[in-house]
Design a protein around this ligand. Structure first.
Ligand code: KDG
Length: 328
């Protein structure tokens, strides 16, 4: 889509082609499926499912995988007018191995096209005209220039753009000793921060959501997610906890991105914190019931209605797995 007004939300980060072995682990599988995934583009897809305009920026190789990513995202309604196709580098690829219900990720992305992103890319991104710019700690791990880009977005805030940062620590990309101070510094400067309680524990040694808040006292909206327990947000002096609905989990990868999309949808619509967290949970529940990162969660209206049900109904909410949801 090319319109004069850029999309409200800009999501910035690497997307890759995902190779998923069908049915069994990579060691023995003879067939595999190709999909497209990336934490930040997953958020963009979640937002377009919810009827928001979202743009994704990155660099891809001028290769079939790059074209595949662009095509897949455009088909889901994500705008990609500024993505750079680089003929000198390749698109990153990753493999998901699911064995006995446990997922592992193997990356083939060193020196990928996206890892060449740098602060110079910001020039054309019209950041000051956006409402939200969403980034994640994955980008900080890709290369020095990518880390500089994250730094530039978070420190050189332009206009009224709200910066949203998902800590997304990926141990397969860098060790926690190296990641911890970098991710803490980035998180301190973002307006909205998403972090898992366990992830914060691994990085920063915090045990509870309140301890994470002590570490990040000035973040405008800090959301600490505690898997199937629930999510707690801290906005100024307000602390809101929303329990997670019960979900038959098929595969967890992508659920954090879906949560961020639901939460940001609430923020964009001016909803209160409890509603934002509930929308996050509802979107995450859909992702948890599928192997793929970005399943179609169905009509946005239905999702929003679900997030608005009474307290008692919410506490009894259960997302059961259905045959058709167990697919990539
Ligand atoms: O959050 C899901 C992502 O981890 C997945 O899509 C792959 O972007 C990815 C990454 O870098 O791990």
């Amino acid at each position: 889509m090319s319109t004069a007004e850029p999309a409200d939300v800009l999501c910035l980060g690497e997307s890759m082609v995902l190779v998923a072995a069908a049915g069994e682990g990579l060691r023995s599988a003879e067939t595999a499926e190709l999909h497209v995934a990336g934490a930040e583009s997953n958020v963009a897809v979640g937002l377009t499912h919810l009827g928001r305009r979202a743009e994704w920026f990155s660099r891809v190789g001028a290769d079939p995988f790059g074209s595949r990513i662009l095509e897949a995202l455009r088909l889901r309604g994500v705008e990609t007018p500024r993505v750079v196709e680089d003929s000198t580098r390749q698109t990153g690829v990753y493999f998901k191995d699911v064995v006995d219900g446990r997922s592992d990720v193997l990356y083939y992305r060193a020196r990928s096209a996206a890892s060449a992103m740098s602060p110079a890319d910001l020039a054309g991104l019209r950041l000051a005209e956006r409402r939200v710019c969403h980034l994640s700690g994955i980008t900080a791990a890709l290369s020095e220039s990518c880390n500089d880009l994250v730094d530039a977005v978070l420190s050189g805030r332009s206009g009224d753009v709200v910066t949203s940062f998902d800590v997304n620590f990926r141990p397969r990309l860098w060790a926690s000793e190296r990641a911890a101070p970098v991710l803490l510094e980035h998180a301190r400067r973002a307006d909205i921060v998403f972090v898992g309680r366990d992830e914060a524990a691994e990085l920063w040694g915090t045990a509870t959501a309140d301890e994470v808040r002590e570490l990040l006292p000035d973040v405008g909206a800090l959301v600490v997610k505690d898997a199937d327990v629930g999510a707690t947000s801290f906005v100024g002096t307000e602390r809101v906890h929303v329990p997670a609905p019960s979900v038959d989990v098929v595969e967890p990868i992508g659920a954090g991105d879906a949560f961020a999309a639901g939460y940001l949808d609430g923020r964009l619509g001016g909803a209160d914190e409890r509603t934002c967290l509930r929308r996050g949970h509802v979107m995450a529940a859909h992702a948890l019931r599928h192997r793929g990162d970005t399943p179609d969660p169905g009509p946005a209206q239905r999702l929003r209605e679900l997030a608005a049900i009474g307290e008692e109904e919410w506490n009894a909410l259960r997302f059961a797995v259905q045959e058709e949801t167990v697919r990539w």
